[in-house]
Design a protein around this ligand. Structure first.
Ligand code: UDP
Ligand code: MG
Length: 310
C-alpha cells in the first residue's frame, strides 16, 4: 500500500525545515510505503533550494515546481495528478494541521472502508476573530447556495483513496475549488475532528485580496444560485418600478395627488436601480469570466522541473 503526502508550499522557508522533520518522522514510523510530494507554487525565497535538498537526500521525497505562483488549489491539484498510490494525504506546509494525525486518518479510513477522511476543526488556534467570523459566515453561505452539503469548519487537510484520486484526475475543469469539489464527488466520506494549531512560523500566504478571490471562486464554482438570486432581484425591482410607473401615471392625471417636483426621490430611485443592475451584471460577468478562462483551455499550472522519482 502506498501513501503520497502532498504539501503545497509558497514562500515557506521559515517553516519548511520543521515541517519536513515532522513529516519524515511520520513516514519513518509508518507501516506502509510512503512518500512526500512537495509542490513548490512559484516561491521566490529559499523554499525551492531547501526542497531540492530534501529530495536529494531522501528517495521518498519528490518536488515539483511551478513556473510562477498559481495558487494553493492548483498546487494541491498538481499533487493529486502526480499521485499514483492507493492513498494521498493533503496537508499545509505551515504545521497548522499536525502531520502526526495522518496515520490516524488512514487507520480510520481503512477501518471504516471509507473513500475520504476530511479534517474538521474543533479548535482554531492563532486565527483572529475577524478570520474565524468571516470563515464561518462564508461556510454557511456556501452551504446555503450549494446543491450538495459542504462540511463546515473544514479545509484541505484530508486523506483520499484511489477512487477519489482517479475521479479527480478525470475532471477537466481548471478553476477548481477543492473543498466544494470533494463534497460534490460523494463516495463514503468521514469527518475527523482535530484541534488546528497556529501557524508555526511566518505569515499567512493568504492576504485579504487572495482570500476574497478564493471565496468568489468557491461561490461561483459550486453553484448557479447567485444567478438565480440576481434574476429574482431583477424581477422584484421590475415589479416595484411598474408600481411606481402606475403611481406617476395616475398622479399626472389626478387632481387629488399633487406632484411635487423633487430630485431626491428621483435620484434615490436611479441610484437603487443602477445598483441592482450593476450587481446583476457583476454576477453574470463573474460567471462569464470563469467560462472565458475555461474555454481558453490553458493549463491549470505549468511545471518547470519535474524531479519526481518513480
Ligand atoms: N499556499 C500555496 N500557494 C499560495 C498560497 C498558499 O501553495 O498561493 C500554501 C501555503 O504554503 C500553505 C497552504 O497553502 O502550505 C496554506 O496557506 P496559509 O497557511 O498561508 O493559509 P492560511 O492557513 O493562513 O489560510
Ligand atoms: Mg496556514
Amino acid at each position: 500500500m502506498k501513501l503520497t503526502i502532498i504539501v503545497p508550499c509558497y514562500n515557506e522557508e521559515q517553516v519548511i525545515g520543521a515541517t519536513h522533520r515532522r513529516l519524515l518522522k511520520v513516514i519513518d514510523n509508518a507501516h506502509w510505503d510512503s512518500e512526500i510530494l512537495y509542490v513548490n507554487d512559484g516561491s521566490t525565497d529559499d523554499t525551492v533550494s531547501m526542497l531540492s535538498d530534501f529530495s536529494n537526500r531522501d528517495s521518498r521525497v519528490s518536488v515539483i515546481s511551478f513556473s510562477r505562483n498559481f495558487g494553493q488549489q492548483a498546487a494541491v491539484s498538481a499533487g493529486i495528478h502526480q499521485s499514483c498510490g492507493e492513498y494521498a494525504a493533503i496537508i499545509d506546509a505551515d504545521l497548522q494541521d499536525p502531520p502526526e494525525l495522518i496515520p490516524e486518518m488512514l487507520a480510520l479510513c481503512l477501518k471504516e472502508k471509507a473513500n475520504m477522511v476530511y479534517g474538521r476543526r474543533r479548535i482554531r488556534k492563532g486565527e483572529n476573530r475577524f478570520k474565524k467570523w468571516t470563515a464561518s459566515l462564508y461556510c454557511r453561505l456556501l452551504n446555503r447556495l450549494s446543491e450538495y452539503p459542504i462540511p463546515l469548519d473544514t479545509g484541505d487537510f484530508r486523506l483520499i483513496d484511489k477512487r477519489v484520486i482517479k475521479t479527480f484526475k478525470s475532471l477537466s475543469e481548471k478553476n477548481k475549488y477543492l473543498r466544494g469539489l470533494f463534497a460534490w464527488m460523494g463516495f463514503k466520506q468521514l469527518e475527523f475532528l482535530y484541534d488546528r494549531d497556529a501557524r508555526a512560523v511566518g505569515e499567512t500566504k493568504y492576504p485579504l485580496t487572495k482570500m476574497m478571490r478564493l471565496a468568489t471562486d468557491g461561490l461561483i464554482a459550486i453553484s448557479r444560485k447567485p444567478l438565480t438570486v440576481a434574476l429574482h432581484v431583477g424581477l422584484v425591482t421590475v415589479a416595484v418600478s411598474l408600481i411606481l410607473a402606475l403611481y406617476v401615471f395616475v398622479s399626472y392625471f389626478s387632481k387629488y395627488i399633487t406632484t411635487v417636483p423633487g430630485w431626491a426621490s428621483v435620484t434615490l430611485i436611479i441610484i437603487f436601480f443602477s445598483g441592482v443592475q450593476l450587481l446583476t451584471i457583476g454576477i453574470i460577468g463573474t460567471y462569464l469570466g470563469c467560462i472565458f478562462d475555461e474555454v481558453k483551455e490553458r493549463p491549470e499550472y505549468i511545471i518547470v522541473n519535474d524531479n519526481e522519482k518513480s
